[in-house]
Write a protein that binds this ligand. Sequence first.
Ligand SMILES: [Zn+2]
Length: 238
Amino acid sequence: MESKELLRKYFDPVYTEADFFKYTFNILNKFGFTDENCIASVCVCRDEISQSLRSHIIQIWGEAFNFSSLAGMFTAGKTGLKAAIHHAPKVDDRERYVFYVIPHIAVDEGGKTGFCKRKGIKEFSSACGALCLFLDELYTGKLHIKLDEEDIEESILKRRLIKEISYGDIPSLLELTHIARKVIQEDLELAIGKVVDTSKSDYAMLTGIQIHAPDGNYIWPAESYVVIGGVKSELKVE
Ligand SMILES: [Zn+2]
């Protein structure tokens, strides 16, 4: 079965990664964002199978600032965001930033979530592994949310995501991936609200979920918008 058809059960529509980035680049061009006048930044997982996102972004926008840790959580904080915007081109007295928020999930040939194949490994492997570990702790009833200095990123992830889950609930991996996307966007927006001065800058927020399917990677587009001169306009990425 073609992956697009397989994925329709969970994600509709989906784009190939190349198409998604070309498409969003073209949309943003209409709002004045070009590869010459803006800086891109990303919240994507550290997983090597998520780095194709960065490769596409670099090809289209140039080198991108990385805000994220495991699962794509926004952990760079106000300091990271201040650094990124400090590095933005200043063209016609304005700065422009493009933020991509894209956590990930795998879907195997049978339509099961969380499993993918990796180069040189016979067994199926999990994606997103960091979210799967958190889910395992929920399933076994042994959730460790103490800040572990030897496992900083995973413990921050668990402490942040548990706040979004009702007591006693155990989300599916698919649900948790959607929660992660929303949380990453919200945490980044919180920092943007404190750091970005919209009287001198415009920005775009593009969010979605990267899906590792049997025949390649896809992106399901989620909430996306631009803020131009302080005015927010939703983008229809569908
Ligand atoms: Zn991951």
